[in-house]
Every structure is written in C-alpha cells, then in structure tokens.
Design a protein around this ligand. Structure first.
Ligand SMILES: [Zn+2]
Length: 329
C-alpha cells in the first residue's frame, strides 16, 4: 500500500478519484495526512468515514473457501482470523480497519473555491468540470476521472459547450493518441499532478504559476509526421528515414513517460517484432539521429545528449519534458 508522504493529500485524493466513484481512501493511506486539515475534509463531507471493516482478504493461497475472513477481537487486538490455520492470522492496526469514501463533487467544489473561482463549478459532461475563467481569460476545465477525458466525441462536445477557443484542461495522464487529439484541437492539457503544490503546500488551490509555466514553454522539438519535418530549437533538421522513425518512437514515449524505452521495444517499432536483431543494432540509427540533430547546432554535445542511453534495462529516452515536444499529424 502506498504510504508515501511525498504526495500531498490533494494529489492523493485526485489520484484515487481517477477511476471514478466509489473512490476509497484507506486508513493506512490516510495516516501521514491526519490532522486539522484532514478533519476539515471530514467536516465538509469531502471524505466520509465508512463503517470499520469487519472482513479482511483471505490469506494468499488459502484453502478455506471463504470470500473474506472475519475480523475478530482477540485480547484487545483486531485479528483477521484464518479458519484453517491460525499461523496465518493477521494482527491488524486501527488504521487498517478505517476507510473513507471520497466524494468527487465535494472535492471538485473544494478545489474550485480554494483556487478562487467564485461561481460554483459546473459538470458540463460526466466527470468534466468547468471551473471558470482564469485571469488570462482562458476557460479552465478539470477532468476528475480518466473516463471524463476519454469520452467519445469529447472535442466536438466541448466546442459546443465552451465556444471560447481558449481552453485549458487539467486531466489525468492520457495516452499519446488521446493527448494528440486534444492538443491538435487547440486545447492546452496539463497533467493533474502538475497543477498542485509540493508537499510543503497543504492547500487545495490550483498552482496557476505552474499551469502558466507549462503553457509558456515553447516546444523545443517539433515534428510534423506526414511531411517528416523536424525542428529543434527553431532549426530545421534533415533526418534519414530510419532516424526520423526512431525520433518519433522516442518522442511518443517521452510524452507518456520519462522512463527508458527498452531496445526490444524500439527494435519492434523500427523493424517489426518478427525480425531477429542483435540489440546493438539500435546503436546505428541512434548514431545517425544524434549526428543529424547535432549538425548546425551551437551546442552539439548537449544536443547529442538529448538521446540518452541507459543500461539495465538497455534502452534510450528522449530527454525532453512533454511540454517541450510538439507532434503534429
Ligand atoms: Zn487462510
């Protein structure tokens, strides 16, 4: 279970809400956050304490045949009892028995108020909330669930509902295709976790400075897929076909994750999964790509380092943040 204190309560609640209701915060997850702010969420009905657990998961690989094992009190301790073998009994702490249901509507209202929106937020589509207009006159949307940003016909529906062309949407992590559709239609998408303050900030207010920052970052890399045009830091680059494909694969991956893309995944994209290649052969197109990007650059060394190689697992990644990458059709 995730007990990390590096995540703020608002980020934790938003992450747990991504799948929609019922969204549950387990007592053990709540432990690092309990205190006055936490109590206030209970008072305001954003969190509702549920009845203490009376059942617990059966032990792994148990033959007891139960769906759940009963929790019993044994000498002042709560114990998830295995009816089959008492060596498998598990002593539970108080927080294990506690859970809170997260009320999504109340959570959205809290975020809107804390962020200074005075007119209440409105749910314009299932899970898609219009929080209001920001000081730069852009309309701000919050997709509280993943499903909200994945609903069919979303872009057309939004155009009807919000005639303003200037829309920013806060949304959970989306796939490259989902993101590309929104970005191509001119919607500025910011990942939920990027919009709220760090651990020192216990508030529920959207960090507008960060939101603005992600907008102001000019893309360093711009790729026009069909025309096979690549621009890095404003300079057009000429890439051989395979190097272009490699860049595309790495750029698409970088939009989704800052992690490494393994050689086998790269090979499968470049040569198809049926071709047997020794892994060192990715090196060839990597070298070509680095050379092509570095040509005519004022800092060739830094540009070459944008294609970073790693070991264990062996692979590569493009060292650019999602907002620095622009992929056009
Ligand atoms: Zn058991």
């Amino acid at each position: 279970m995730d007990c990390s204190v590096s995540e703020t309560l608002v980020r934790l609640l938003l992450r747990l809400s991504e799948a929609g209701e019922p969204a549950v915060l387990w007592g053990r997850q709540a432990v690092p956050h309990v205190g006055r702010n936490f109590d206030r969420l209970l008072e305001r009905g954003i969190l509702v304490e549920q009845a203490p657990a009376e059942e617990w998961d059966v032990c792994p690989a148990c033959d007891c045949g139960l769906d759940a094992r009963p929790i019993q009190t044994v000498s002042d301790q709560s114990v998830a009892v295995c009816p089959f073998d008492h060596r498998n009994d598990r002593i539970l702490e108080a927080c294990d028995l506690q859970s809170y249901s997260i009320k999504l509507v109340a959570l959205v209202r809290k975020i809107a108020t804390a962020s200074g929106f005075t007119n209440g937020p409105s749910e314009i589509l299932p899970g898609m909330w219009h929080l209001g207009q920001m000081t730069d006159r852009r309309e701000l949307l919050l997709a509280i669930t993943k499903a909200a940003s994945q609903q069919p016909g979303l872009i057309a529906k939004l155009r009807l509902l919000i005639p303003s062309a200037q829309v920013t949407m806060i949304a959970p992590v989306l796939s490259v295709t989902e993101l590309a559709d929104l970005v191509e239609s001119g919607i500025h998408v910011v990942r939920t976790e990027e919009c709220f303050g760090s651990i020192s900030d216990r508030g529920f207010a959207i960090d507008f400075a960060r939101l603005q920052q992600s907008r102001n970052v000019a893309p360093r890399l711009s790729v026009q897929r069909a025309a096979k045009i690549v621009c890095l830091d404003g300079h057009p680059k000429i890439l051989p076909d395979q190097a272009f494909q490699l860049l595309l694969v790495l750029a698409e991956h970088a939009l989704e994750s800052s992690g490494i893309l393994e050689n086998r995944a790269i090979e499968a994209r470049l040569w198809g999964s049926n071709i047997h290649k020794i892994s060192s052969q990715v090196r060839e197109p990597v070298r070509t790509l680095r050379d092509a990007l570095a040509t005519g650059s004022t800092d060739p060394k830094a540009v070459r380092a944008l294609i970073e190689n790693r070991h264990k697992p062996n692979g590569y990644r493009l060292v650019l943040a999602p907002e620095e990458i622009e992929l056009a059709p």
